[in-house]
Ligand binder design. Sequence first.
Ligand code: ZN
Length: 148
Amino acid sequence: MSIRAKSAGDILDAQCTKCRVLTNHTIVALVDGRIVRVKCNTCSSEHNYHAPKEAKVPAIKKSTEPRVRTSTTAATKKDTAPRYHEQWELALSGKDSSPVKEYDMEGKFKKDELVKHTLFGMGIVTMVTGTKMELLFSEGPKLLRCGK
Ligand SMILES: [Zn+2]
């Protein structure tokens, strides 16, 4: 890295941990000439300075707006997916899986019955209301049609 001698009070571009974008920062503290703490000029929050990696520089130029949104969606997905999977595993455990019905939108199903769906795989009926039933698949619950 070719960082010229900086001193406290100098302004530099840094990734703000709060704004999640590259903003102007004021150097707050240095150790052996290395910047360790900076203050964001946009949100005034003080945080540790992370030197941007050389490879990251072109990516930072782009707006980070969509990246933030993607990571939020990913985090939400991560949170719910394993929970459903666990629920699904629990619901299926102890069930006799040999006579499994294939899903058929005209078929008749009842609660706690195992159903095999071509798209979602193995599921278990959690609720039947008229011509609709809720099934729990490994990826989560789905509302599907069924015969009356
Ligand atoms: Zn900030």
